[in-house]
Write a protein that binds this ligand. Structure first.
Ligand code: GRF
Length: 203
């Protein structure tokens, strides 16, 4: 018997290559999910075009249209309420969410972060890994909690940092890793019943 697909809402701010990877995995039957909607806080985000091409409802909720963060978040919550996602997937979404938003979807928001957490929370992760002389870098999928980039890690992927790597080459390597681990992390987290304590990162 085939289980019901998990319903996702994907939040983006830009290119949406992770969104594309999730779409591709679904369309190729490698991820039992359906994307109910894509929300961007930037009107020009290329990810909205990707959504349109795949007939996924896309919304722009621009943070610039609101003076209060609570109102911006409520506008997103209103869209989400229409689509009732099981999981919210942050895929390059560049706004920090308040605990009020996060509490409404407790343990049901995932993020992908371009570092081997707990190293390099926040921005400029590739630059910081290079400056530290690290031999390895990577990406992490984690549960979103009110503390930035600090929730339980679902899955990580890693790559060596070569002597001739720069920020751009590292970014490309990390993107390739992200496109593999995000769909896998969504599948394993779904199989755990969205229970951070029960997921098996090796499954
Ligand atoms: C990814 O590197 C992700 O780790 C970070 O933002 C980037 C988004 O890339 N949070 P894309 O928009 O999915 O191409």
């Amino acid at each position: 018997m085939i289980d019901n697909p998990v319903t996702l809402a994907v939040l983006i701010s830009g290119n949406g290559s992770n969104l594309q990877s999730i779409i591709d995995h679904i369309e190729q039957g490698q991820l039992n999910a359906r994307i109910a909607c894509v929300i961007s806080n930037k009107p020009c985000a290329y990810g909205l075009k990707r959504a349109e091409k795949h007939h996924i409802p896309g919304y722009c909720v621009s943070h610039l249209d609101y003076t209060k963060r609570a109102d911006f978040e409520q506008a997103m919550l209103d869209v989400l309420q229409e689509h009732k996602p099981d999981l919210i997937i942050l895929a390059g979404f560049m706004r920090i969410l308040s605990h009020i938003f996060i509490d409404q979807y407790k343990d049901r928001i995932l993020n992908i972060h371009p570092s081997l957490l707990p190293k390099y929370k926040g921005l400029n992760t590739h630059r910081r890994a290079l400056a530290a002389g690290d031999t390895h870098h990577g990406a992490s999928v984690h549960v979103v909690t009110p503390d930035l980039d600090s929730g339980e890690i679902i899955l990580q992927g890693t790559c060596p940092i070569d002597t001739d790597d720069n920020e751009q080459s590292l970014q490309q390597k990390i993107h390739q890793i992200e496109h593999v681990i995000y769909p896998r992390a969504i599948a394993s987290y779904t199989q755990s019943g969205f229970n951070p304590a029960m997921h098996d990162p090796n499954s």
